[in-house]
Design a protein around this ligand. Structure first.
Ligand SMILES: Cc1cc2nc3c(=O)[nH]c(=O)nc-3n(C[C@H](O)[C@H](O)[C@H](O)COP(=O)(O)OP(=O)(O)OC[C@H]3O[C@@H](n4cnc5c(N)ncnc54)[C@H](O)[C@@H]3O)c2cc1C
Length: 334
């Protein structure tokens, strides 16, 4: 069987692994303590915060089929949130979802989806791959300079900037990765003793340094304790990603207080997380990248758009292309 190393256990990596696992010998590496990547949850009892992905839609048949078993298993549920748009501090529109595509969340946390997809996969967590080198095969090393084995193929599924650190310059799609510019984002997490009487569960904010507020506790099967999750704008995060975190926390907390008209400085729990590679605008590039001669490939949301469904499509497309190249003995032809 072809030995494949997948670097990154976010949705794109886990999707590729799910479609390839019956045809190849897959080993996955992730630098984090858990799987799911930006589909992440931070616990701070009695609160929990989905501090990355907020919700997602499934517009394509392929993604709908992929998530169907997870809906059946109770790992994914609909979130029929009350949505609002707020300009500076005024609600300018309010709605409840009524379109064709439900809003989905992982249950009881967003990170449950990664855990579910990781079952029966061979995953090495807490393992940051820092170097890959090709002789007759690909050899991987971690950041402690320990060899992590040799493989016929390598698939990187990390954000583009992190892929650029790994993929050698001579690989044919290296220039494509170099073109990609990902944007940063801060997530502010606030927990309260008592619920605030807000008129929305999720709000898109215009005209401030924050872009989004979610009542995290309004999502299905979350702890009852009232919690808010706030995102900065990408522009503000890009300009302040290396600033003192206390300053960032204070500023985003003040912005949120002014937006919703409540003094949030009295929150019983307050924490901040910075995502250096959070998001990307729509790309017109390839859905995934393959160098068949070098036996290396790359996928991830950055190939398409900063969305869960895009991460799925990139991983799915890559697995489909590799399976098409596979001969009956399980080798992937150049
Ligand atoms: C704040 C925020 C809010 C978002 N909100 C939404 C939303 O509401 N709806 C939506 O659809 N999308 C949203 N997104 C986007 C969505 O989360 C991503 O599109 C999707 O999760 C990307 O999946 P991926 O597999 O491409 O990458 P990732 O999830 O980033 O996975 C890459 C993995 O690679 C690992 N890794 C990186 N470098 C290495 C290395 N050297 N060695 C080993 N492992 C490594 C990382 O730890 C990570 O687990 C949001 C993202 C952020 C950050």
């Amino acid at each position: 069987m072809t030995r494949i190393a997948i670097i990154g256990a976010g949705l794109s990596g886990l999707t590729a692994a799910q479609f390839l696992k019956d045809f190849a010998d897959i080993t996955i590496f992730d630098k984090s303590r858990g799987t799911g990547g930006r589909m992440a949850t931070r616990r701070a009892a009695p609160y929990s915060f989905d501090h990355g992905t907020q919700f997602f839609t499934a517009k394509s048949k392929a993604f709908q089929s992929f998530i169907a078993p997870q809906i059946h298993a109770g790992v994914i549920e609909r979130w029929d949130a009350r949505f609002a748009q707020i300009e500076i501090n005024k609600i300018t529109s309010e709605s409840i979802w009524n379109g064709n595509h439900p809003h989905y969340v992982g249950t009881p946390t967003m990170s449950t989806i990664g855990k579910y997809l990781s079952r029966e996969l061979n995953i090495n967590l807490n393992t940051r791959i820092s170097k890959i080198n090709k002789t007759s095969q690909w050899q991987l090393w971690d950041d402690k300079n320990k060899s992590q084995g040799t493989y016929d193929w390598v698939i990187t599924t990390t954000p583009a900037s992190q892929a650029l650190e790994l993929v050698p310059e001579w690989v044919c799609f290296h220039p494509k990765i170099k073109e990609v510019k990902m944007k940063a984002c801060f997530s502010l997490m606030l927990g309260f003793n008592e619920a605030l009487p807000l008129k929305f569960d999720a709000a898109h904010i215009i005209g401030r340094d924050i872009s989004w507020i979610t009542v995290n506790s309004s999502k299905p099967r979350r702890p009852d304790n009232f919690s808010l999750l706030i995102h900065s704008t990408n522009d503000w995060a890009d300009a302040h990603i290396d600033d003192n975190r206390k300053f960032v926390e204070e500023h985003l907390c003040d912005q949120t207080s002014d937006t919703i008209g409540y003094d949030l400085s009295k929150a019983t729990h307050r924490a901040i997380h910075g995502w250096r590679f959070a998001n990307i605008d729509k790309s017109n590039s390839d859905t995934c990248h393959i160098d068949p001669d070098a036996q290396i490939a790359a996928c991830g949301d950055w190939c398409i758009q900063g969305r869960i469904e895009a991460a799925f499509h990139s991983g799915h497309e890559l697995a489909t292309c590799l399976l098409q190249k596979m001969n009956p003995t399980g080798e992937i032809n150049a």
